[in-house]
Design a protein around this ligand. Structure first.
Ligand code: HSE
Length: 345
């Protein structure tokens, strides 16, 4: 199937997807029957451009890289707001990759609602709208008979949501345990090796792991949003982000980490969702893990998710949890799932 894509947000993540779409176009056509036309790109910093005939994605990528703006792209309609772009681009899929805002989910939340109301499918890596309004958005998507997919919101390009809902579809997930933030896991490892907190944070920022506002990482808002998504989507919870028990890594020192190592354990920022008297609860708290715990060996930017189902305990997946190219693959996997679903309609 050939999809008309509108890309809202053209930072690291959307550019990660764009590179894959350009490089693998033939492969995706041949092996999956998937093809695309990009009809609009809008980014708050780089500007917006729209063309019903289609934009040259490779050219957009190189212009964005060279100039940090889309203004030098020849032709097309420019200067539309993101909302007008969604309404006017004649797209059938919104790729929403704007920044995460965990206070009110904006602007991603309005982008997604507008797109669903306009009859577009949505694929997104934006954690804000899904953490804050998953049930509302899922109900809207069902009413509009559109797909809403968000694999990249948790564990970046490492399969998490789709693994549980598709490969393990039909299972009841009783509990989830994991390391869901690449920045803090990377920082804890570097601090264990002797870097200061600030050095480790700067390195994580340079590598593109940290959020625009890294307090989202170090104060554990980011993994709290991810465990909220997992609890609500995979376990049917009604967890609210602000009610998640949350403690970050700002109070952990180099000597805490060294002391833990000297006794054969490691300090990790562990996220959990579990059932408690019929309710789903979630928390993110630093824990001292013994060497025999799989999570104690998840290092660097790697993340991990361990699912326990009613039949199979401890199904684990480990992989990169941050980075634009990795998240680009998450968007691709959602687009291919959409392609499979739409081909079967
Ligand atoms: N800042 C996030 C992390 C990015 O470090 O895990 C991926 O969600």
């Amino acid at each position: 199937m050939k999809f008309r894509l509108a890309l809202i947000g053209f930072g690291n993540v959307a550019q990660g997807l764009a590179k894959i779409l350009v490089e693998k176009r033939e492969y995706l056509r041949r092996n999956f029957g998937f093809d695309y036309r990009v009809v609009a790109v809008a980014d708050i910093m780089k500007g917006s451009i729209m063309s019903k005939k289609g934009l040259d994605l490779g050219r957009l990528l190189s212009i964005a890289k060279e100039t940090g703006s889309l203004r030098d792209y020849p032709g097309g309609v420019r200067g539309r707001s993101s909302i007008d772009t969604i309404r006017e681009a004649n797209a059938d899929v919104l790729v929403e990759a704007t920044w995460t805002n965990l206070k009110d989910g904006e602007p991603g939340l309005t982008h997604i609602k507008t797109a669903l109301n306009e009859g577009l499918h949505v694929v997104t890596t934006n954690k804000g709208p899904i953490a804050l309004a998953y049930h509302e958005l899922a109900a809207l998507a069902r009413r509009k008979r559109r797909h809403l997919r968000f694999e990249g919101t948790v564990l970046s390009g490492t399969p998490a949501i789709n693994l549980a809902t598709e490969a393990l579809g039909g299972s009841t997930i009783n509990s989830i345990r994991g390391i869901l933030n690449g920045t803090t896991n990377y920082m804890l490892g570097e601090m264990e090796e002797g870097r200061t907190y600030d050095e480790a944070l700067n390195m994580a920022r340079e590598l593109g792991y940290a959020e625009a506002d890294p307090s989202g990482d170090v104060e554990a808002w980011d993994p709290a949003a991810k465990i909220t998504i997992l609890a609500n989507v995979l376990m049917g919870g009604e967890v609210k982000l602000k009610e998640v028990r949350r403690e970050g890594i700002t109070g952990i020192s180099h000597s805490d980490l060294r002391e833990a190592r000297s006794t054969g354990s490691r300090i990790k920022l562990v996220a959990k969702a579990y059932r408690d008297e019929g309710r789903i609860k979630a928390q993110v708290v630093p824990e001292r893990l013994p060497d025999c715990d799989l999570l104690s060996h998840v290092s660097g930017v790697l993340n991990a998710m361990i699912l326990s189902t009613e039949v199979q305990s401890d199904i684990a997946i480990i992989g990169p949890g941050a980075g634009g190219d990795s998240a680009g693959y998450a968007l691709l996997s959602d687009l291919l799932a959409l392609n499979r679903a739409c081909c079967n309609c």
